[in-house]
Each structure stands twice: as structure tokens, then as C-alpha cells.
Design a protein around this ligand. Structure first.
Ligand SMILES: [Zn+2]
Length: 62
């Protein structure tokens, strides 16, 4: 099986405590992806509202 992060062959035997990742580095990247993904979701909401406001303004101007 390949590591889901770096796509290199991962050691899935019990001695690899980072499986299914190949290393601690890829395991941390995966955790970081989850954290930043949640953060982006919360962070993108105000930007969406701004975008909708822009569309409203454009409609009013036209
Ligand atoms: Zn990896």
C-alpha cells in the first residue's frame, strides 16, 4: 500500500507506528491538512459574504 500523503510505498507492518503513512512526517501532514481544512471552512465564510455583497453592489450599479 502507498502512503496517502507522499505516495511512496508505506510499511504497513506493526513496527510502523505511523501506518497507513510511511513516516511521522506524513502523519503530521495529514493531521495538519484536517486542521487547516476546518480553518479554511470557517475562514471562507466571511469571504463568501463579501463576494455576495459585491454581486449585489454590481446589480445595483447596473
Ligand atoms: Zn509518506
Amino acid at each position: 500500500m502507498k502512503c496517502p500523503i507522499c505516495k511512496k510505498p508505506a510499511d504497513l507492518s506493526p513496527r510502523n507506528r505511523f501506518r497507513p503513512f510511511c513516516s511521522e512526517r506524513c502523519q503530521m501532514i495529514d493531521l495538519g491538512t484536517w486542521v487547516s481544512g476546518d480553518y479554511e471552512k470557517q475562514d471562507s465564510q466571511p469571504a463568501d459574504h463579501e463576494h455576495h455583497d459585491d454581486l449585489k453592489k454590481r446589480r445595483l450599479l447596473n
